[in-house]
Design a protein around this ligand. Structure first.
Ligand code: NCD
Length: 300
């Protein structure tokens, strides 16, 4: 593993290795040491969990970080190209972790610098490190990644987290329910990938009545910032909301996950149930990101 750009670049073996390292880091069995190493966090788009959990991950391993959050105070305002900014940052750091609104930008970056690049989200395309923490969370709560029934709900069209997660879980014989308004259905290219891997999925438009046989329900926010026409967003907002009253007949091992931030798609009355897993899920991001960085920097 040289970079982390897309979930499609990873084999089942790579994923399981990373899960194992993350678990050992969580248990304290492996303590990677990044003393003297520096990670550059370049966030051209807003972020809370991804940015802070990467920052935390590096610092927990005694490494340090430089952070660019937005482009307001950087030379891109003076007309510097993305390529020149990256080449410069690569002179200072050992690894680049980056988020941009541009699909394919992380791949492009990995081709122009000679240090590892991690895609922390490229537009509506991919968010592979979120998928890794999602897999780790599923493994922790279900004891396996194999043969589960997983519902992906919400904005499956513009949501990069569900694109990466669907591709990742397709390596483990999962059965999917894709639950979304028709405007926000899973893109054809992802469905084609799943079909090529003989993964079964159904497409539904309502959460209610469709979750009792699931092991995991993964809910996502409507990605307002990706809509070309704000009116489309206005028509769709609030169109699906998970409520506590819908959980009466779910399986005992059932968990609700969400990459966060949430807007209104999970009612707060779900938070106190034993099914809510979205905040521990966020914590798992630190262990998986520690594992990934340690692997990419050759420290484990
Ligand atoms: C997600 C993202 O940025 O794609 N957030 C995250 O990284 N946890 C999901 C979202 O913004 O809705």
């Amino acid at each position: 593993m040289k970079n982390m750009i897309s979930m499609r670049d990873l084999s089942k073996k790579d994923i399981l290795h990373l899960m194992e390292i993350a678990a050992k880091i969580e248990d304290g069995e492996i303590v990677p040491d990044l003393k003297g190493r520096l990670a550059a966090l370049l966030f051209f788009e807003p972020s809370t969990r991804t940015m802070f959990s990467f920052d935390t991950a590096v610092k927990r391993m005694n490494g340090s970080t430089i952070i660019m959050s937005g482009t307001k105070n950087t030379s891109s305002k003076k007309g510097e190209t993305f390529a020149d900014t990256l080449q410069t940052i690569a002179q200072y750091s050992d690894i680049i972790i980056m988020r941009t609104p541009v699909e394919g930008a992380a791949r492009y970056a990995s081709e122009i610098v000679n240090i590892p690049v991690v895609n922390a989200g490229d537009g509506a395309n991919q968010h592979p490190t979120q998928a890794l923490l999602d897999l780790y969370s599923i493994m922790k709560t279900q004891g396996t990644l194999e043969g589960l029934k997983v519902g992906l709900a919400g904005d499956l069209r513009f949501g990069r987290t569900v694109h990466s997660l669907a591709q990742a879980l397709s390596l483990f014989g999962v059965q999917f329910k894709f639950i979304s308004p028709s405007f926000l259905q899973m893109p054809e290219y992802i469905k084609d990938d799943l079909e090529a891997r003989k993964i079964k999925f159904t497409e539904l438009d309502d959460i209610e009545g469709n979750i009792d046989d699931l092991d995991i329900l993964y809910v996502t926010r409507i990605q307002k910032e990706r809509f070309a026409d704000p009116e489309d967003y206005e028509n769709l907002k609030g169109s699906y909301i998970l409520k506590k009253s819908m959980l009466d007949n779910v399986k005992t091992n059932f968990k609700v996950m969400h990459p966060l931030p949430r807007v209104d798609e999970i009612n707060t009355d779900v938070d106190d149930t034993k099914y809510a897993y979205y905040f521990p899920q966020a914590k798992n991001g630190v262990f998986t990101r520690q594992a990934l960085i340690a692997i990419l920097l050759g420290e484990v």
